[in-house]
Ligand binder design. Structure first.
Ligand code: ADE
Length: 243
């Protein structure tokens, strides 16, 4: 196996990605694959070609394209256009105090799952969860001091009590809105995936999620910047070992 050459980091929101793009000195390349609104940035870090792709804004509602549907479309386009050796689903997440999570913590995924695809028909129940092991990054997490855990996706920022039941059943340490879509498309293309998520809010805490998210977005985006650079430097010159 040859060393990694090209790594693509996928973000939903521009505010999540901006510090990473600036730190890596990436150049804007415009739309990744029109009519998709995803925006591409490219540069290098050591011997790696590094792409950052941001989902862009919704033309009708003028806000960032969050959620699993834009994430899956962007990932498909990124795989076709950029042919990365590794995808990193990067961004923010809710953490769980019951699992030792705290604001600013960075999690590396062990698995991607979905907590809001509830289909109680045999076969479809497991399809709904869509449990997908992500690339084994346990050595990376240990070397860089990140927490490791299950990253669970759904299409709501808020956490309904039924979602919490499923997050607990699935053993989630990080609740976010994109990794499930990224994992689905990455699987179609056979591209290895790692999720890298910084905690903005505590799902089982007592603060309103939206307020906590907005309050900590900048801190978490900075944590992702530092984590992304550390991960790229760790991976530079390495082969991706298959478990
Ligand atoms: N992104 C950041 N925090 C989140 C949460 N609590 N739920 C979903 N996505 C998030």
């Amino acid at each position: 196996m040859a060393p990694l050459k090209r790594v693509a980091l996928l973000f939903a929101m521009e505010q999540e990605a901006a510090p990473t793009i600036a730190r890596l000195g990436l150049m804007p390349k415009g739309l990744l694959e029109p009519p998709l609104p995803a925006l591409a940035f490219e540069g290098t870090r050591g011997s790696l070609t590094v792409d950052v792709v941001v989902n862009g804004k919704d033309a009708r509602f003028a806000v960032a394209n969050v959620g699993t549907v834009p994430a899956a479309l962007t990932t498909h386009a990124a795989c076709v256009a950029l042919k990365p050796d590794l995808l990193i689903s990067a961004g923010t997440a809710g953490g769980f105090k019951a699992r030792g999570g705290a604001i600013g913590d960075v999690y590396v995924s062990t698995e991607s799952v979905n907590h809001d695809r509830r289909i109680s028909i045999p076969g479809f129940d497991r399809y709904g969860d869509y449990l997908t092991p992500t690339h084994d990054a346990s050595a990376l997490a240990a070397a860089l001091g990140f927490k490791a855990g299950v990253v669970s996706s759904g299409n709501s920022l808020e956490c309904a009590s039924v979602d919490l039941e499923h997050l607990i059943r699935l053993g989630a340490s990080a609740k976010e809105m994109e990794a499930g879509g990224v994992a689905y498309a990455a699987g179609l293309h056979g591209v290895p995936l790692i999720c890298l998520k910084a905690v903005t809010d505590i799902v089982d805490g007592d603060k309103p999620t939206a307020d906590e998210f907005v309050q900590n977005l900048h801190t978490a985006a900075k944590a992702i910047e530092d984590a992304a650079v550390a991960v790229l430097d760790y991976l530079d010159g390495k082969e991706l070992t298959t478990p």
